[in-house]
Write a protein that binds this ligand. Structure first.
Ligand code: LLP
Length: 435
């Protein structure tokens, strides 16, 4: 992936940095992010949209990996930013991300979060439901502000992906359904709300999608809906946001789309539809998360214990696991890995990579071929840039790893490794109970 290669010493090198040197300097587990790879991906999206002739915004879905340095990088690449909580918003604001390019998502934004975002003056809210619509209008009114919104709609498209990460179907906790009329009703309601400015609509059908058809269908349905709204309610939806979901290659056999192919499919679907009714073309927004950072990330672990159950299975344990990458346990996600310090050696045995948490399900990779590993070897698991650090936990009070950016032989810490002091930082021993 990206700028990775095996160097003269038989070590895995990422962004020109020898991974064994990174381990020496920063310890393990360590998330290594290939900065050039992220930038290249951002540029691929940008160039594909430039070629389409549409006006566009590419919002990095920060949920995939939200830290201040990443917000900075997104800003440098001219991206917008999608946030879904006060924590992500705070991170973006602290990083000085341009507020007018921040979009706020979520199906249950709290009054506090809405107030914070209105006060900051963010670019737009993606309104999910009727409760939020009223609350947002009220809060904006109290502050004499007019806020821009997109309506999140469910187009009734089921993407072929894991159930828990598919969101475009009617029975979803997200958004207003087009099919049952609630999406139109929401727009009619908003027309009469004085502190709301309707910018457009939004749909996100799921994540880790490889088929162009789901994207094309969603684009078409949303475009048809936008055109209908214009005809029936005389409201121009200037923005069509098609969410994220662009899949990446985690393992052999995964076949991601070309970005240009994806952009062509959605832009043409929209162009067709608007052409038929002769309406001016909307702006197209998208929200890639995983595809922006996923394959730019590699996690380095130190190998510890080895357990051979004759005739059954060999377990190789690493110094991390579900606490830094819960995806195998949550979604049965499959990852590839290699020994970073012996990258040229032939595979000799099939092992299962176990984490160190007190839970039998804490496995990172089932049945992978590796050279015969020993205590102290370094395991590199690839494609861990998205939804890994972002979903990391302190289960068993395991400390969250550090994150480094690497580029052209240089490495920089962007998140420090948690300290033991961090672990007890919010704990209190009430005097009433313990004197
Ligand atoms: N926009 C919205 C409204 C979303 O809900 C999401 C992802 C995205 C954009 C970005 O989608 P992406 O390009 O990353 O596929 N934790 C799961 C993924 C959950 C995705 C949630 N929403 C995982 O680890 O696979």
């Amino acid at each position: 992936h990206g700028t990775s290669r095996i160097n003269g010493q038989g070590h895995l090198e990422i962004g020109g940095c020898d991974t064994t040197a990174l381990v020496e300097q920063y310890g393990t587990p360590l998330y290594v992010m290939d900065e050039a790879q992220i930038r290249q991906r951002a540029r691929e999206f940008t160039e594909a949209f430039q070629a389409s002739g549409f006006r566009f915004q590419i919002a990095y879905a920060s949920k995939a990996f939200c830290v201040m340095a990443m917000c900075k990088l997104a800003e440098q690449e001219g991206l917008s930013l999608d946030v879904v909580s006060d924590g992500e918003l705070f991170t973006a604001l602290k990083a000085g991300f341009p507020v007018d390019r921040i979009h706020f998502h979520g199906n249950n934004k709290s009054p506090f979060e809405i107030e914070m975002a209105v006060d900051a003056g963010i670019g737009c809210f993606v309104v999910d439901n009727f409760t939020e619509l009223q609350l947002l209008n009220e809060i904006a009114g109290q502050r004499n502000r007019r806020v821009k919104i997109l309506f999140r709609v469910t187009p009734g498209v089921e993407a072929h992906t894991h159930d828990y990460i598919s969101t475009g179907q009617t029975d979803s906790k997200f958004g207003f359904d087009i099919g049952n009329g609630q999406a139109k009703q929401a727009i009619e309601t908003a027309i009469n709300l004085s502190n709301i400015e309707i910018l457009g609509i939004h749909s996100h059908i799921g994540s880790q999608i490889f088929e162009v058809e789901g994207f094309r269908m969603a684009a078409e349905r949303v475009a048809v809906f936008a055109a209908t709204i214009r005809t029936e309610l005389d409201i121009t939806l200037q923005v069509i946001n098609l969410g994220g979901g662009f899949g990446i290659r985690y393992k052999e056999g995964d076949t991601p789309l070309q970005i240009s192919q994806y952009v062509k499919a959605i832009t043409e679907a929209i162009k067709n539809c608007f052409g038929q009714v002769n309406y001016p073309l909307p702006e197209i927004w998208v929200e890639p998360g995983r595809s922006m950072v996923g394959d730019a990330g590699t996690t380095l672990y130190t190998i510890g214990t080895y357990k051979d159950i004759p005739g059954v299975r060999k377990y190789v344990a690493v110094d991390g696991g579900m606490t830094d990458n819960p995806r195998p346990a949550l979604y049965e996600s499959v990852y590839e890995a290699m020994l970073a310090n012996r990258a040229n050696e032939a595979n000799e045995e099939i092992v299962t990579i176990a984490g160190k948490a007190c839970e039998s399900g804490d496995m990172l990779i089932w049945d992978i071929s590796l050279p015969k590993s020993k205590w102290g070897d370094i395991l590199a698991v690839s494609c861990t840039g998205a939804y890994n650090y972002a979903m990391a936990s302190n289960y068993n009070r395991i400390r969250r790893p550090a994150v480094v950016f690497v580029q052209a032989g240089k490495s920089d810490l962007v998140v420090k490794r948690e300290s033991q002091a961090d672990i007890v930082n919010n704990d209190l021993i009430p005097e009433r109970l313990f004197g």
